[in-house]
Design a protein around this ligand. Structure first.
Ligand code: MN
Ligand code: MN
Ligand code: ZN
Length: 281
């Protein structure tokens, strides 16, 4: 199974592989810089080399990046918008340097200006960024969100609308977060409901656009629009929903990573991964 977790890069980006191995994860997600800062020091040549050597040793199925939380591609504040664009470019460059295939991003928060405005702004900025970085390859995955505050991307239609405006369609895809979509109102608590949600996604965006899953249970109820991840099976989604997803053959080749609370020494990651593996028929 192409299963794993978000892994820390503290002490050096290459350290993610040893941690992944220790966890028994073969799909991993990392930050490519400090996720709470605008910019970090560039990678050194030695770091980049070490990253590929370690990667070769452990041969994970997939390594993807998640962008920093400060980035907002539809901030109404011009200085933040500008900073977000250059930080986003920096993220793309770092992914290229590490030779990563996917970079997950949160579409953006319109901060009260309006959803339509926000969607157009995000699309405009993404088009501009990719246009100016035509030589890069990393695919940008728009993440489904819980719709907390003024976050966009909590309806499949909003993600479709952004993708529709993209000039370089092959550079974009979707990361499906189970906690976020559930909090946004997409119920997958039974096999039947799961199928309905997937049919809906297929009609609106197309299932072949999903390149990554974030597997998180939800601490809050359906439609709460609250983004709080919880241990697999212990939240409001429950085991049945995850059983349906884990056994959906259409996604056998899609990487899936946990973003659940790690607990002491990361022991909860091990437990959550075992819970998921045990669900496979
Ligand atoms: Mn995210
Ligand atoms: Mn997520
Ligand atoms: Zn979340």
């Amino acid at each position: 199974m192409n299963l794993g977790a978000h892994i820390s890069i503290s002490g050096g980006v290459y350290k993610c592989f040893a941690r992944a191995k220790e966890l028994g994860a073969n799909s991993i997600q990392i930050f490519v810089k400090n996720n709470n800062r605008w910019f970090s020091k560039p990678f050194t040549y030695q770091e980049l080399e070490k990253f590929q050597i370690e990667r070769e040793k452990h041969q994970p199925f997939s390594v993807n990046a998640h962008n920093a939380y400060l980035i907002n591609l539809c901030s109404p504040k011009t200085d933040i918008e500008k900073k977000s664009i250059s930080a986003m470019k920096d993220e793309i460059n770092r992914c290229e340097q590490l030779k990563l295939h996917y970079l997950v991003i949160h579409p953006g928060s319109h901060l009260g200006i309006g959803e339509r405005w926000g969607i157009n702004k995000i699309a405009q900025n993404l088009n501009r960024i990719i246009e100016e970085m035509a030589e890069t390859k990393v695919k940008i995955l728009l993440e489904t969100t819980a719709g907390q505050g003024t976050n966009l991307g909590y309806r499949f239609e909003q993600l479709r609308d952004i993708l529709d405006i993209m000039k370089y369609k092959e550079r974009f895809g979707i990361c499906y977060d189970t906690c976020h979509t559930f909090a946004a109102g997409y119920d997958i608590t039974t096999t039947g409901k799961y199928q309905q949600v997937m049919n809906q996604f297929d009609k609106i965006i197309g299932l072949d656009h999903i390149h990554l899953f974030h597997l998180n249970d939800s601490k809050y109820e359906l439609g709460s629009r609250k983004d709080r991840h919880f241990h697999i099976g212990a939240g409001y989604i429950g085991l049945e929903g995850f059983r349906a997803l884990i056994n959906d053959k259409r996604f056998y080749n899609i990487p899936m990573v946990l973003e659940t609370p790690k607990g002491e020494n990361g022991k909860m990651d091990k437990i959550n991964l075992k819970t998921l593996r045990d669900l496979r028929k």
